[in-house]
Design a protein around this ligand. Structure first.
Ligand code: FAD
Length: 497
């Protein structure tokens, strides 16, 4: 998801940013989740979850996240934080290393740091001399490239459309994005703008030739665009300054105008990804300005790990009601947790994210309940079209149960999952005929390193549902347990950094 600022870098020192203007979390709203007081609804969650989990486990793509877990190096990284930190620093530096000698030198420098215990195979490699140095560098280069290709679908738009078509034919929609989003100069920003325009045209032209796939191109209100592009605001502006929010929004809008017009012409849906919390006001503001300027289909991301998430949801819902506009909201937990916490620790500001994993999970369901209530029931009604960016089956089925309670069909919500992850869950979603969209990052390896590191962090985190879900014999009752506490809306002990 980023190349330069490295917000999810395991090294907090690498995450230096300007001081944020975060919403005051101590005044954030909280309303109890309907699931908390409704045993019948909770039973529905359990039943739906058990069904989908058994399909995911039976699936030929079986293991929940592909071959990842059989990878010994990642397994070791999950267990040893010092090794994980050094390994990911090495992977981050890898694209800038030219010769096998440099690769080997950096590997040794990282893995012989004090307190680091590499797994036995790597320990031997680090001690190797002579020809083994070159061999070690070659094996590692191949390993890193093939790991990257597991999460990064294609190098460019031309290669990407083949992946998109294959997905389409298996009833899966896409949203495609360019890696390396943080631009450093205006020239960089213009290059990204040109690349997004090129990608838009390629996706739109390709999608026009695909055969009909009702499930992927209709929701409960009617047809939805086949082609979909996700954009990072930070790729279109080199200095987004939260202290000058209005001018940042206007400058971004200027960059977006050709993209909006091309998207409208090619029937492409646009989606603004969410980044670090200090950019939230700018990104929400940009979404609103784009939607006021063009009637292109557009959406944004809401992060439930933010203590302000319910306020954020209310802000977007209120705006759609006031304007009569429909927007898509991709509800996620958030990809910058380590960074947000480290930044608050560094600046002494209140921590903007929940610090218990179950609090993020519970907030996801509370926010989802509000968003489900805001789903339009007819094509001309303003409101929120809901998408869930999650690989946590409990979080997904909780929302399916909430839909049923509101009398909405299952295609009123879209499941979104990342390319290369949660293959068993995707298969279960397709088998149940749920609407599924894959998030497809494309670009050269060198621009994808921070995205790769973020995926590796996610996959090796002991808090990850996907990791627990892929544990052999994990108990469905544990995997589907409610995250809610009866006192979850009581005044929250606010942590400062
Ligand atoms: C299609 C798609 C698009 C996405 N787009 C974006 C985007 O635009 N912006 C963005 O920020 N993220 C985005 N994400 C990433 C997403 O925010 C999550 O990081 C990721 O999906 C893991 O969440 P989960 O529900 O799948 O898994 P879970 O395992 O249920 O949740 C893991 C998440 O919990 C949170 N967490 C972990 N530890 C703690 C803790 N101690 N206390 C509190 N919370 C904790 C973190 O957010 C972590 O990512 C996207 C994900 C998908 C699938």
């Amino acid at each position: 998801m980023d190349a330069e600022s490295r917000p999810a870098h395991p090294d907090p020192a690498a995450a230096a940013h300007a001081d944020p203007a975060v919403a005051d979390p101590t005044t954030a709203q909280c309303s109890p989740c309907p699931l908390l007081h409704d045993p019948a609804l909770e039973r529905r969650v359990h039943d739906l979850g058990t069904d989908l989990l058994s399909v995911a486990r039976r699936s030929r793509r079986s293991v929940l996240s592909g071959t990842f877990w059989s990878d010994k190096m990642m397994d070791w990284a999950s267990r040893d934080q010092a090794f994980k930190l050094q390994l990911f620093r090495f992977i981050d530096a890898f694209p800038s290393l030219g010769t096998p000698g440099e690769i080997y030198g950096q590997l040794v420098a990282h893995l012989t740091a004090p307190g680091v215990k590499p797994p036995p195979g790597l320990r031997l490699a680090v001690k190797a001399g002579g020809v083994f140095k070159g061999l070690t560098a070659w094996i590692l280069s191949r390993r890193i490239s093939s790991t990257a290709r597991r999460f990064i679908a294609a190098a460019d738009a031309e290669e990407a459309v083949k992946v998109l078509e294959k997905l389409w034919l298996s009833d899966t929609a896409h949203t495609v994005t360019l890696l390396g989003e943080k631009c450093l100069s205006l020239d960089d920003a213009r290059k990204y703008q040109g690349d997004y325009l090129h990608l838009l045209r390629a996706a739109s032209d390709a999608a026009a030739k695909w055969p009909a796939r009702a499930r992927a191109e209709t929701d409960h209100l009617g047809p939805i665009p086949r082609a979909n592009i996700s954009i990072k605001a930070s790729s279109l502006h080199p200095h987004l300054d939260p202290a000058n929010q209005e001018s940042a929004i206007e400058e971004l809008l200027e960059m977006m105008l050709p993209i909006l017009s091309e998207a409208k012409q090619g029937s492409v849906q646009l989606h603004l990804d969410m980044e670090e919390s200090e950019l939230k006001g700018i990104i929400f503001g940009l979404l609103k300005r784009c939607a006021e300027t063009s009637d292109v289909e557009i959406g944004v991301v809401l992060q439930a790990y933010l203590r302000s998430a319910e306020d954020d949801a209310q802000d977007l819902i209120g705006w759609t009601r006031a304007t009569g506009r429909q927007i898509t909201v991709r509800l996620v937990k958030g990809a910058y947790w380590d960074y947000e916490k480290a930044r608050a620790e560094r600046t002494g500001q209140p921590v903007p994210v929940w610090t218990l994993k179950s609090d993020s999970d519970a907030c996801f369901e509370r926010v989802a309940a509000r968003l489900v209530d805001a789903i339009p029931k007819s094509p001309d009604e303003g409101g929120i079209k809901l998408a869930l960016g999650s690989h946590n089956l409990r979080s997904i089925v909780a929302v399916l149960a909430l839909l049923g309670r509101s009398g909405l069909p299952e295609n009123a919500v879209e499941l979104q999952m990342l390319y290369g992850m949660a293959e068993g869950l995707k298969a279960a979603a397709v088998e149940r005929e749920l609407r599924l969209r894959e998030y497809i990052p494309i670009g050269p390896l060198v621009q994808g390193m921070a995205y790769l590191v973020r995926r590796l962090l996610e996959n090796t985190s002991n808090e990850s549902w996907l990791k627990l879900g892929s544990t052999y014999g994990a108990d469905p009752d544990d995997l589907l347990a409610s995250p809610h506490r009866s006192d979850e809306c009581a005044a929250d002990g606010q942590e400062t950094g």
